[in-house]
Design a protein. Structure first.
Lengths: 364, 364
DNA sequence: ATGAAAGCGCTAACAC
DNA sequence: GTGTTAGCGCTTTCAT
């Protein structure tokens, strides 16, 4: 491993001395308490004193350590964010929204990714608790039966789930079951009877399960043929073999309902490699409404959920929980459901019409 | 604002008492120091003592506070990550890589987004320094003339830039200038002579400037017509008007070289809305190589950079810097350049050939 | 408007 | 192997 001479960290050769509040106090001829007030309740101070302290602090590059202040005050003003991955834009947008909301409220965030792994979720929670975050926002693999959530309830740490739906946990999401039902109905209205549902490993996503079950219920209600389930090896990309096999069967699907937009996008690519045109030869739709999906040609038909806002609202909810100490007011009904909508792109054919609709692109 | 009854945080009604190391020590009939050792140097302890302590700690849900430990030991084992936005998958991937590397080394990360705003960059750095992060990884709007970087050098805090290139700062990136030259050469080889360069606001991205300059230099070298620069209002989406105006001119471009893949993708959508086919009527290429761009139909021709690995390497470099105290070894040459490659999709026509190449999709 | 004193939770140094 | 002591940087009474 290479090593580095010190000029990479500026013009300073020796390790920088971080001044403490006592040194500043001495240099400004006041007590440490007064320096503390200069940063936390400046209005209490004599303006001259305040100015002198801030000047001295500036000269010394002094800012109060949040470590010391956290320890003394018992409040870290830090939240934890735990997401399956940032590589799925849906999570990136959501947790960016949460960070934004937190920052506006004067909170900082620690973040970690878990790769849909329950063990890593648990480790992540433990680590954040060690850091004494005041609350967490997370998306877990499975909201019921989650060691990570057990740990949180056990320790009494406030938290809010994003994307996961649960009556037992504070959560902000869309109604996945209903949304999937709506999508199947929408497909059926366009003459799509033989539908296959494409997902990642069901065991690692309660959302995928809810969506599958919603789709299944709706085909039952409408008297359509049963849904064929095509589980893929991961959540972000279709397996070519699995897809090819399904299409080679005696009753190939007319439409692929994909559990998320990443799967849908890769499915479209694979279908085109197989010489099939979307939507003329086969229809495809997704779930999520990630910005990018609207830029595909044709644009992806999908269930759009307000990811950024979901993050913001989850964080706002968490912050409001942190304000509560001994309250007996009625609790809101969980899960909190945000509105979704089916966005019609051009990847689903209308079996009654000859040509697919045209679609466009616009800035977000 | 709504309020919440306490059962949302588990079965505990009153605010949880977080046990301290002293209570555990007392309950286990040992000194606080021994409890500390049980967690930090368990091998030093008598196995029986260790077991007793861990049992008691488990019963009380005790884990050592990193606040207390950070204060006493002077080390937070935390890094700061500062990105323009997580909504651009390129940054999401990179900083996910950095977080992963940090976690594997036993470090936690705080993260914030700055929206390409120098003021927010500076605030972010200050906030992270307040938290006493041991080092930072950041992508700034402009690596030269950055108040955020000034603050870091001034305080002697170790940091590494990602994506930004600078001889004055530790940085990990690709050679943007050369990559843009290569891309123009590649375009020229395919008969593309009239090239327009599409970017966001140049003042908010030194990468975009380097890429533009590289493109300009290459057209000069090859004796091609000058590059037309089309600056857009933001970094992620083309303005329809700007694009339309450029195409309506007396000498419309044959090819659009976009400063990043998000711009390229939205440009393609807009062109199609204008009735133009890519690449038959006009060619388009991007820069970044985000996974999604390969899924477009046709796949986007772009300069692919190793985003995830860039994050990992930036973090590895930072961690190695943290290990150095008073070293005089020769420093590596900055910026560190990672390999890039031109990925040929189907969005650039070969002016000498009748039909565009076919392209495929594969899992990442 | 300011100061003095105590202590948050932890660990490093030293003693035994 | 384990205990004792001191103190990291800060804020919060309480006093003046």
């Amino acid at each position: 491993m290479k090593t580095f001479s010190s000029h990479w960290v500026g013009t300073v050769t020796s390790a920088r001395h971080t001044p403490s509040i006592r040194e500043i106090a001495q240099a400004a001829s006041v007590s440490p308490a007064t320096v503390s007030r200069a940063f936390n309740q400046p209005e209490l101070l004599n303006p001259d004193t305040l100015a002198r302290i801030l000047a001295v602090a500036g000269q010394h590059d002094f800012r109060p350590s949040r470590i010391g202040s956290s320890l003394r005050s018992g409040s870290t003003r830090t939240l934890g964010l735990i997401a399956p991955t940032l590589s799925n834009p849906v999570f990136a947008e959501c947790f960016e929204g949460a960070e934004q909301q937190a920052r506006e409220a004067g909170y900082s965030v620690m973040l970690t990714a878990t790769a849909y792994d329950a063990q890593r979720e648990c480790d992540a929670v433990r680590n954040m608790l060690d850091h004494r975050v005041e609350g967490l926002i997370l998306t877990v693999a499975n909201a019921h039966d989650s060691p990570a959530l057990d740990l949180l309830t056990q320790t009494g740490t406030p938290y809010v789930l994003a994307y996961n739906e649960s009556p037992r946990h504070p959560s902000v999401s869309v109604d996945n079951h209903q949304a999937a039902m709506d999508m199947v109905q929408w497909l059926a209205q366009r003459g799509q009877r033989h539908i296959a549902f494409v997902s990642g490993p069901l065991s690692a996503s309660d959302r995928a399960r809810s969506r599958l079950h919603g789709a299944q219920e709706q085909v039952r209600r409408q008297g359509l043929p049963g849904i064929v389930h095509l589980p893929m090896e991961n959540h972000t990309c279709c397996d070519a073999d699995t897809l090819r096999t399904a299409l080679a069967g005696p009753q190939p699907p007319q439409a692929l309902f994909c559990s998320n937009d990443l799967l849908a996008t890769s499915a479209i690519g694979l279908l085109q490699q197989l010489g099939l045109t979307v939507p003329n030869d086969i229809s495809v739709c997704g779930f999520d409404g990630m910005a990018f999906a609207a830029m595909l040609q044709p644009a992806l038909t999908t269930v759009s959920q307000p990811s950024h806002d979901m993050g913001r609202q989850a964080c706002a909810l968490l912050l409001s929980m942190l304000g509560i100490t001994h309250d007996t007011a009625p609790a809101p009904a969980f899960p909190i459901r945000l509105p979704y909508r089916i966005v019609s792109g051009g990847t689903v054919a209308d079996a009654d019409l000859p040509s697919p609709p045209l679609t466009g692109v616009s800035c977000s």
